[in-house]
Design a protein around this ligand. Structure first.
Ligand code: ATP
Length: 660
């Protein structure tokens, strides 16, 4: 089929397309008009503030790669937005390396992002159509599910992102249980026995999405892309979301494990980093990836991730699209005969969070932090895109500041040429990867929220012009004055020449234009300030949470240390007590041993006995002396004698220990 090549801007991060959403309101006030130029399809739009807004009068004009009006179908978008060359690049034609591709949608909530990228109940979106196109084009060159077992180890080895790889049938059996497993038209792959822990995947109670119940319109049977016939291909799918600037796997099945119902905090955030196998490029490390052998399998995996995203969103705040969703299709190919190493190129489809949530969510805590994060990441995205349009307008080539947040890093870190080093069996060699090709579809509701829509258009458009419409009531009427005088009306101001008046009016018109432009700039600055404030509040919230975490951690650590010290002290104390007991025991033992020795063997001591006898003799001699003296005393004075007798008796008792 003949492909219509879309117009390409010179150097850009994105080709930017605009899609307008049909309105079903009875009498809507429209603020956006499409300019019908000479070209094959429209590229310019103008927006006018609603009549009720008296502050702003300027008309803004925006340029896009192409504008799709309300009646454009999903197929028109698919064929007209450059998705086909994007997918063709990813598949890599005869003898060519594949090239990474990125397709993203951006717009105010309700403007039709999800409708465009993921479709509706009756219509397929760009994602399903791209998948269909990939499987249809690869057909027999795709590794058949029955041949997956021998191929599995080499596929796992080709992955540089520390991921866990699962064959599709194994993944779906684990998530939905054996009985429900999707088979569709494909025969069941023999379950390979790779060295992975897929058996540990949590099993869920969700009903498996039936590919047969999903829409299959529009059909694209007539489109086939060229592929490298000498190669065999395998498709590996992964999905993740960026929520509050953190990356979460959407195929990890955590929504059913109970954690998500209480909020998204329980999920494990993944890192965007360079790995051992990918030292030069950052990748989302540790994702679950699924080898999908058929379109049905791929669609079922996609639905599984979308359910997870919905459940996570609902769990945290009862609304969808609070995260930026990433759907990655890795196309792996290698020579059919020589086999060798698989090369990989990736198609990434991104459904960005709705932008005006941040303005509406004027609540506190988690919601505010979340709104601040959405706002902040979209603001950084806006800065990157603004830089692209400045660069394109011939200004100095500025460096795009994409490292400011996860979203822009994920979107743009592959957008610039690099002489990349790739690892192969620990030998590194230079490979010149082409920068990714990227398409942004901006969706807008021409009768929706003027402020939110104009803000998105301002930073996403490839070019922008501001004009101020002449005000007929003042400018043209007066300017028409001198002309009408020439035609003979005869009316003139006597003191002012017509040239002066004309110059003055022109001056007034220029000044009023400048005022209008300044008003717009002021409005933009105000919006930026609001975004910065929201992000500041969100950061403050995070700091408080972080501080609390650190306090808790310190407290827990201190308690632990205290307990450990107490335990150490107690054990030292009881050791000391044991030691003392032991020492005492030993002393007592020695003592009692001494006593028993004394008791057992009383040795006769003749010297001591002799001395005792001498002392006893001396004692009785002294007693006699005392009695004699007493008698003498009694004869001298009876009173005195009495007193002396008493005193003698007392001292004799004390000296000899017994009474006379
Ligand atoms: N081009 C279209 N044709 C018909 N219906 C559309 C179109 N675009 C959007 N709609 C309808 O408008 C509604 C909102 O669209 P959608 O859910 O795609 O918005 P969104 O931008 O993804 O919003 P959110 O950010 O909340 O996810 C849906 O009911 C969708 O079917």
């Amino acid at each position: 089929m003949a492909m219509e090549p879309p117009a390409k801007p010179s150097t850009s991060l994105f080709e930017v397309y605009l899609r307008l959403r049909p309105s079903f309101a009875a009498d809507p006030e429209r603020f956006l008009d499409v300019e019908q130029g000479e070209e094959e399809y429209p590229k310019h739009i103008t927006i006018k503030p609603p009549a009720s807004d008296h502050r702003k009068r300027a008309v803004e004009r925006f340029a896009f790669t192409r504008v799709f009006e309300e009646e454009a179908s999903q197929l028109d978008l698919f064929k007209g937005t450059g998705v086909l060359p994007l997918v063709e690049g990813v598949l890599g034609g005869e003898g060519r390396e594949g090239r990474d591709g990125l397709l993203a949608t951006l717009g105010v909530t309700g403007s039709g992002k999800s409708h465009t990228i993921l479709g509706s109940k009756t219509q397929r979106g760009m994602t399903q159509l791209s998948l269909d196109l990939i499987y249809q084009s690869l057909a027999d060159n795709l590794v058949h599910p029955t041949c997956l077992t021998p191929v599995f180890p080499s596929l796992a080895e080709s992955d540089v992102s520390e991921s866990q790889l699962f064959p599709g049938s194994v993944f779906l059996d684990s998530v939905y249980g054996d009985a429900q497993s999707v088979r569709g038209s494909c025969s069941r792959a023999q379950t390979p026995m790779p060295d992975t822990s897929f058996l540990s995947l949590p099993s869920t109670k969700h009903r498996i999405p039936r590919p047969s119940a999903l829409p299959n319109s529009p059909a694209i049977d007539d489109i086939h892309l060229p592929i490298d016939r000498s190669c065999e291909y395998a498709i590996v799918i992964s999905m993740f979301e960026v929520y509050n600037d953190r990356i979460y796997d959407l195929l990890a099945g955590s929504s059913t494990s109970g954690g998500l119902k209480m909020g998204a905090q329980k999920r494990r955030a993944l890192l965007f980093k360079s790995t051992e196998m990918s030292p030069d490029r950052k990748v989302v490390a540790g994702l679950r990836k699924v080898i999908c052998s058929s379109l049905d399998e791929a669609l079922t995996v996609l639905e599984t991730g979308l359910i997870e995203r919905r459940v996570a969103g609902t769990g945290s705040n009862a609304v969808s699209s609070r995260s930026h969703g990433f759907f990655c299709v890795e196309v792996k190919k290698r020579n059919r005969i020589q086999k060798g190493r698989w090369s990989t190129s990736t198609l990434t489809v991104v459904d960005l969070a709705g932008s005006e949530r941040a303005r509406q969510a004027k609540t506190a805590g988690a919601t505010l932090a979340e709104a601040g994060k959405i706002n902040e990441s979209l603001m950084y995205l806006g800065q990157c895109m603004q830089m692209q349009s400045d660069n394109q307008e011939g200004n100095k080539q500025n460096i795009v500041p994409f490292r400011q947040c996860k979203l822009t890093e994920l979107l743009f870190s592959n957008s610039f040429p690099s002489a990349a080093m790739t690892a192969h069996h620990h030998h590194y060699h230079l490979s010149h990867r082409s920068p990714q090709k990227a398409i942004m579809i901006v969706t807008a509701d021409p009768v929706g929220d003027f402020n939110a829509t104009s803000q998105i258009l301002r930073y996403s458009a490839l070019a922008r012009e501001v004009t101020v419409p002449r005000i007929p009531s003042v400018t043209s009427t007066i300017l028409a004055g001198p002309a009408s005088r020439h035609t003979g009306s005869g009316c003139n101001t006597p003191s002012t020449s017509p040239e002066d008046l004309e110059a003055a009016l022109r001056e007034v018109a220029t000044l009023s234009e400048e005022v209008d432009i300044l008003a717009i700039q002021l409005h933009e600055e105000r919006t930026r300030r609001e975004a910065a404030e929201a992000s500041w509040l969100a950061t403050e919230d995070r700091m408080v949470a972080l501080e609390q975490d650190i306090r808790d951690e310190c407290y827990a650590e201190m308690e632990g240390q205290l307990e450990a010290a107490q335990r150490r002290w107690k054990s030292a104390w009881s050791e000391e007590a044991d030691h003392n007991d032991e020492h005492l025991d030993k002393k007592i033992e020695i003592l009692s041993r001494g006593i028993s020795v004394r008791e057992d063997s009383p040795e006769p001591n003749p010297e001591a006995e002799e001395r005792i006898r001498e002392l006893e003799d001396e004692n009785s001699m002294l007693k006699r002396k005392v009695e004699m003296l007493e008698r003498e005393q009694q004869l001298k004075s009876p009173v005195k004698r009495q007193r002396v007798l008493k005193a003698k008796k007392w001292s004799a008792e004390n000296v000899f220990g017994d009474s006379p």
